[in-house]
Design a protein around this ligand. Structure first.
Ligand code: URA
Length: 304
């Protein structure tokens, strides 16, 4: 088995096969093959995700010196292992500029430039999907100029670089999805996909039927009217009302502004669901990996 020579190694910028052509596997198939079985059966942290697809390349059949070319192509989402072998045999794969038709040639995913039909293949990164029960007082960004605590400090055990799917205000609590899968995040956040997000707000005063009707039909905010929402009273307290509000938009501080606009400022806000995904009894400040069914359910919801 020959090791592919390091002639023309990975430059800083390059064309990406993933970016420039349609994957032979659909994103969902890619998720199914690369992510679910591995994440769900991850080792280590009970609720965590420590599996790395690259580990497979560095041990066992691949040995310490790199990954078999067909396996690298498959794990990068180019094609199934068998289809990747066909691509190699057909002379469509180059490594560091040279056509490789030998099955089992090895590549170093970090250093070697692998191209299929002239377009560079990015090494795959393990996809991670978790949900966090965000406490109040944390910002939903990776860094904060003011030095306030960030949500990333709550998922410090996860080594992958995660980002939130949308944001919750610093004072808002509840369900926040974090991932390192940009396509997945974009799909969920795209306004056209209109995923329902449900919040429980403690709103000052007592909401009337007229207030609920206004929320359901749409209220006028400074950036335009809101689209119809679902609204119901969950509990009436001495000086406030617990309101369950579901919205399909994701405008800044939208729930707070909607309730303020009808004269009931929010005293406390929690997101309890995102599409089919429910916060459940996940303790505040804790996170857990999403399972296959949950990730698929979110994708399905976005693609409806
Ligand atoms: N609406 C808000 O007002 N705040 C949030 O964090 C989310 C929705």
């Amino acid at each position: 088995m020959r090791r592919v020579e390091a002639g023309n190694r990975r430059p800083e910028t390059r064309r990406s096969w993933r970016m420039q052509s349609e994957p032979l596997l659909s994103p969902t198939a890619d998720l199914e093959e690369t992510v679910f079985s591995d994440i769900v059966s991850s080792k280590g942290h009970a609720t965590g995700v420590t599996y790395s697809p690259l580990e497979g390349h560095m041990s066992g059949e691949d040995g310490p010196k790199g990954a078999r070319l067909q396996k690298f192509l498959a794990s990068a989402g180019v094609a199934s292992r068998r289809k990747s072998e066909e691509l190699i045999s057909a002379g469509r794969v180059r490594v560091n500029g040279a056509v490789v038709t030998e099955m089992g040639a090895k590549v170093d995913p970090e250093l070697d430039i692998v191209e299929v039909d002239g377009v560079c293949v990015e090494p795959s990164v393990q996809k991670v999907y978790v949900m966090l029960n965000k406490p109040s007082g944390y910002v939903s960004t990776a860094k904060d100029e003011l030095g306030r605590p960030t949500i990333l400090s709550l998922v410090g055990e996860i080594k992958e670089r995660l980002f939130p799917v949308g944001r919750l205000d610093m004072d808002t609590e509840g369900l926040l999805i974090l991932t390192n899968d940009g396509d997945f995040a974009n799909l969920l956040m795209h306004p056209r996909h209109e995923i329902w997000k449900t919040y429980v707000a403690v709103a000052r005063g007592r909401l009337t039927d007229g207030d609920l009707s206004a929320l359901r039909h749409g209220v006028l905010l400074e950036d335009g009217p809101t689209v119809p929402a679902k609204a119901e009273v969950v509990r009436v307290n001495a000086s406030s009302t617990d309101v369950k509000l579901s919205i399909r938009e994701g405008r800044k501080r939208q729930v707070r502004r909607m309730l303020s606009s009808i004269g009931h400022p929010v005293e406390r806000l929690e997101r309890i669901s995102y599409g089919p995904l429910e916060l459940g009894d996940l303790p505040r400040g804790k996170w857990r990996a999403l399972n296959e069914k949950e990730v698929k359910g979110l994708l399905k919801e976005a693609k409806r």
